[in-house]
Design a protein around this ligand. Structure first.
Ligand code: CTP
Ligand code: MG
Length: 176
């Protein structure tokens, strides 16, 4: 993969990263599952999934796409022409990231894991795969399978790194 494609991929995925990270800071307000449990006696999503986290993540993801689109004319050059399409791409990435995060928590609760308990791969990658699926029509196709593998590895490493930093900054009680 040449550097051009690597850069394009990093810019492409940025709205998803922002959407996934911001709830740690902005989270709060009503619990998305209203504190309810399913028949298995476990919470639907758990206390870690809040309304402000969801809305804040979505807004910040879209704002990131808007800022990128306004400052980097070549952003998503191969996939999205107009500003509106770029915004839509960012919105899809952000929405996908947040849905993936909720899906990950739902799955963790169903398998008996408490809120905040670490689940390797699920914690780091569900949000990425959902984001990529939501924004699939706008994925820089020339990046291909190697591009997907690159994003998976990059996301895995960065997710762990940023969670350790968030823990050190006392934004999170656990370093994952
Ligand atoms: N958060 C939030 N709303 C969301 C997602 C995250 O408020 N929709 C906040 C919560 O404070 C959460 C923190 O961001 O604790 C970290 O998110 P995450 O690691 O996804 O949640 P966990 O607390 O680890 O819970 P889970 O086991 O369900 O992943
Ligand atoms: Mg977690």
């Amino acid at each position: 993969m040449d550097l051009q494609i690597v850069l394009e991929l990093i810019l492409f995925i940025l709205p998803a990263y922002v959407a996934n990270a911001m709830p740690v800071i902005l989270g709060g307000g009503p619990k998305l599952d209203s504190g309810k449990s399913l028949g298995d006696g476990r919470r639907i999503l758990g206390d870690g999934k809040t309304l402000y986290g969801l809305i804040g993540g979505l807004m910040c993801g879209i704002l990131t796409a808007a800022a990128l689109a306004a400052t980097i004319p070549d952003l998503f050059a191969t996939t999205a022409a107009g500003f509106g399409t770029k915004l839509l791409t960012g919105g899809l990435l952000a929405a996908g990231a947040l849905c993936g995060d909720l899906a990950g928590s739902f799955f963790k609760r169903r398998t008996g894991m408490e809120r905040g308990q670490p689940s390797l791969l699920l914690d780091q990658l569900t949000f990425l795969f959902f984001a990529l699926a939501f924004a699939a029509p706008y994925f820089p196709t020339q990046a291909g399978i190697p591009g997907l593998v690159f994003l998976a590895v990059l996301t895995f490493v960065l997710h762990i790194l940023f969670n350790v930093i968030a823990h050190r900054l006392k934004l999170k009680s656990v370093p994952w």
